[in-house]
Each structure stands twice: as C-alpha cells, then as structure tokens.
Write a new protein. Sequence first.
Length: 411
Amino acid sequence: MSKLNKIFEIVSFYDNARWNSEENYNLINFYKEGLDDDTKLLTHWLCYITDRQMGFERIFDIGGFVFSELISEYKKKPPIRELLNPSEYNSFVKKEFDKKENKYKHFFIGTKLPNTKIIKNYPAEVKDAPVKFKPRFLPSDYLSILYTLHTLEKFDYSLSNYIAQAYKTFKDEEDLIQRVLFALYLLSYYEIGQPRYENITEWETNIKNAENRRDIICQYFEEPESKEDEFKTFQKNTRFHLKRAWCSLRDFLKSPKFSQYFKNSMLKNKYLNEKELENLFGIEMLCQLELPGDVWNNNPKFQKCIRDDEKFDNSKFNQFLREHYNSNESNLKYGKAYPEQFDITFDFVPRMCDKNNCDICPIGCLSGEGKDFDKICLNDTSKYCPVVLVGCGYKKICVGSEKCELLQILK
C-alpha cells in the first residue's frame, strides 16, 4: 500500500473519532429551545454563509442567536421585506452607530437580549439591548441570505425540502452529491459579487435580483438541462472553492446533532423516505464530499508529510486528494477513506505540525519520525484514546489494541 493511501486511512481514523460524539463539534447557540428541525438546519446554513475571516465560535454563538430568531420569524411566512428590508421597522437588518469604526454601519439585529452563553463568553459586548451581529463581509452575506430565503418561499420555507427536491431531481445521477451541492450553490452563492454597504438599502433592485435567482432555480429543477453546461464548469473548477457550502452539507450528513435534525425534518415532513435517506447517508455519497480548502490543509510541514519533496500548489490540495482517491478508491478501506476527511487538519495541524510533534504522530511513524508514538498509545480501554485526544482534541474511548483500526494500519 502506498504511503498516501496509509495517510488517507490514518486521517479516516481521526475523522471517525471526530464524529463519534457531539462533544467534538461546536454547536449553535439558538435563541430559545424548542425550535423545529428545519429552523435549526437553516440557521446553520446562514451561519456558514457568514463564516469568513472571523472566529467560528463567534459566528455560531452570536450569529446563531440572531439568525435562529430570524428564521423562527421567517417560518411564520411574513412578506420577506418585513424581515430583511432595512427600511422596515421590524427588519432584522438595521443601521446603527459602530463605535469601533466611528460611523454608522448595518448589522443583523434581533429582538432578544443576550442569553447566558453570550453574557458569559462575550462580556465586553453585552449591553441592555438586543443582540446584534456583523459578519466580516456583511453586504455580500446579506444578499446571499436574502436570495436564499426568498427562493425557499417556493419550497415550503424549508431548506430540507429544497435539498429533497434536488435529491429527487438527480437521484439517478452518479454525481448526485455534487449536483445537490450545485443546487445549494445556486441558492446562496451564485453570482453574488462584491456589493457595497450602500447596496443593502437598494431594496427594489435587490428583491428583483432575488426573484430572478428564484426563477433560475425553479427552471433548473424543472429542466435540469438548462444548467448542464454551467454544472460541468462547476464540477471541473468551482466545486473545489466552496468551503462554506461543503462544510454545511457535510454537517447535515455526518454531525451527530445536525444529521439527526436533517433526518427528522425529512421524515416528519415526508420530504424523503427511509430508503432515500439510507441512500443519501451511504458511504458512496460521503465519498463524493470535497475537502473544504483551508490554511490548515496547506501547512508546509503537513504538506511535506503528504507529498515528500514533490512540488505542489497549495490552492489545489483538495483537487490533488480527489485525483488520488479516484485512482486508488479500491485500495482505500474499500471506499471508506475519502478526501473530505482531511478536514480534521483544522484540529490536527495546530496541535501536531505547529508544535513539532512528529515524534508522537502516527503519520510520522510512516517515515520513521514517530519514534515515541508508543508513549502516547497506552492501550487502556478505561481511558480516552490519547492519540486522538493529543492529536485533535477529540474524546473517544480506547477500544484496545486488538480492535484498534489505527494500529492495524501502522502494522
């Protein structure tokens, strides 16, 4: 077996540990309990729309608080202008004075005061006023959210229903997950551009563009061939540059919490049945997920382990992994190790590569550098596995040397 195939399998071991427990993943700070499953999913989708150059904890804690109230109100089916037109009194988008920049700026603002989590973790921002959230790229995020919610009105105000319709339209295609992701790309990211803050107030233009977006998508579901050329272009290039969309869809299929919300919403609303969900959650679908490109994947020390002295283009690492997977699928744990799993580098690289922990790294064992690996692999089934705890911060109970997949890989 090639070295890279073994690295795929080691990464798969960490990834399985990651999704072994909901403790290993950050959850959204919803503004109240009792929200329906699709509201939680759509809140999650909006959080990822704003996930750029800002700590994800802040997005999930503060953004999630505001967006979950927005979606809760959206589910009551008011005119979209009441929720997102800054000129409307009850709009969730308002202009307020920003003390940090000493000028007026737009924010996403709800009606609720901060809850315990926000008070505890963000004391410097807590005031006796409703929570507000300003993502780094608010103008483009605002349009993405407007287009998304306006389109979903045609799909029972439901992201679950939208994904179900995409599934049903393309369920017989070999590249099903890529086509589902393309539909989500059209929903929120297609031709957003780089709008300015003043564009937020141009309601008539914005809603007209939102209507055009909705018409394009509805036509796409009715006549898939209308976008086939664009899908081919997307498939060749664009799909490798959609970190936020891939992360969100990945969570719907793999996160213990969000996958349950996803299944519950599909079944309760009869969008998909058990058999269709079994197919959607199958390993064949997971293997189509692309690695969300990020700086962690491109860390030079990590890359050197992956490619030795081979020259590489950091921006195309996920494409490199996809090409290797496609050429070696039959040798990668019978298809159970796949490119998206390299997203564990988000947790792995800061703890291992940045701290020069090659001596205790299982990947280091492949090149002879992991000389002290046995000092953290304790084989104690009453304890957490130190390898995944040290390597990624994940909690997973040790299963013992005879059952340990990692030790079998390293033999």
